[in-house]
Design a protein around this ligand. Structure first.
Ligand code: UDP
Length: 288
């Protein structure tokens, strides 16, 4: 197992426990730079890119290049090694969706000049590269469209809703709600997502089409905040801040394709997933 990471949004701490494992090696590098990997490679998971809006918008040009040049580099590596390739794409390819829930056939509604475009259009271009390499017989490329995912080992300052609310509640701070809080998302626990990615990498024949991976249980941001308050016992107040530009009002995956092709569906409900994530942050905030 070779892990390539520039630790832009991850931490060394997360992979430290693997450092003594002779089957694990770490290359500290940005995927934008050409990769030199010796020896055979069977499978490449392209999980590179900041995924939280504040972090991917902090350096938007780098975000787009990570998606486009990084994916090109990893597809080239897959071609050279004869490896299977999986792109972690995103529900953001649907933009502000006019279809609800979102099926893979829906072509999306992305504002290509807005602040989210570096990520959304970057991932759309990465999908294009992946399917072109597949069509031309150059790489066995697969594409997962990942919907909101959460769980232990998120960064506490990641900026996304689940980590923000939990860390704010545990610190007794106000919970930040952007806009009215009536916007919805559908939250998938990390272990479910990983099972979906592994199943998509393993399935034969190659599906040749993108596959949504996410939990179809949709809730409002206000409901999520209530659950976090109830589960942490925090007495925090809710404060409303401006809704970021192009923030999608609704999002929910149609996962029929993943179920049909992979036999995959999420198993961990929000209640259990939030408990595990809250327990993680209780530890992490005490001893980072
Ligand atoms: N959000 C919020 N408070 C926060 C962080 C996010 O109300 O502290 C909202 C955000 O505006 C969006 C939703 O929660 O409507 C999910 O945001 P997140 O950044 O987690 O992911 P997104 O789905 O927007 O990529």
């Amino acid at each position: 197992m070779i892990c390539v990471d520039n630790f832009l949004t991850g931490t060394r701490h997360n992979v430290e426990r693997l450092s003594g494992n002779p089957l694990f090696s770490l290359i500290e590098q940005d995927v934008i730079d050409p990769l030199q990997i010796d020896g055979p490679v069977d499978e490449i998971y392209n999980l590179a890119c900041a995924a939280s809006p504040p972090l991917y918008q902090a350096d938007p040009v780098h975000t787009m290049m990570t998606c486009v040049v990084g994916t090109r580099n990893l597809l080239t590596l897959a071609e050279a090694k004869g490896a299977r390739f999986l792109l972690a794409s995103t529900s953001e390819v649907y933009g502000d969706p006019e279809q609800h829930p979102q099926t893979e056939e829906y072509r999306g509604n992305v504002n290509c000049t807005g602040p989210r475009a570096c990520y959304d259009e970057g991932k759309r271009a990465a999908e294009t590269l992946s399917f072109d390499m597949l069509r031309h017989g150059r790489a066995d490329a697969r594409v997962a469209r990942i919907f909101n995912t959460y769980g232990p080992r998120m960064l506490e300052n990641d900026g996304r809703i689940v980590s923000n609310l939990i860390c704010q509640a545990l610190r007794g701070q106000d919970l930040t709600i952007y806009g009215t809080g009536t916007q919805t998302r559908s939250f998938c626990y990390v272990s479910d997502l990983i099972k979906g990615l592994v199943a998509l990498m393993a399935v034969t024949p190659n599906p040749g089409q993108p596959v949504n991976l996410g939990n179809p249980v949709e809730i409002t941001i206000l409901d999520l905040a209530d659950q976090v308050l109830r589960k942490t016992g925090a007495l925090s107040r809710l404060v409303h801040l401006p809704l970021p530009q192009d923030d999608p009002p609704r999002r929910r995956p149609d996962i029929m394709r993943a179920y049909t092709l992979l036999g995959w569906q999420p198993e961990v409900g929000l209640d259990d997933g939030l408990s595990a994530t809250i327990n993680y942050f209780k530890q992490a905030l005490v001893s980072p």
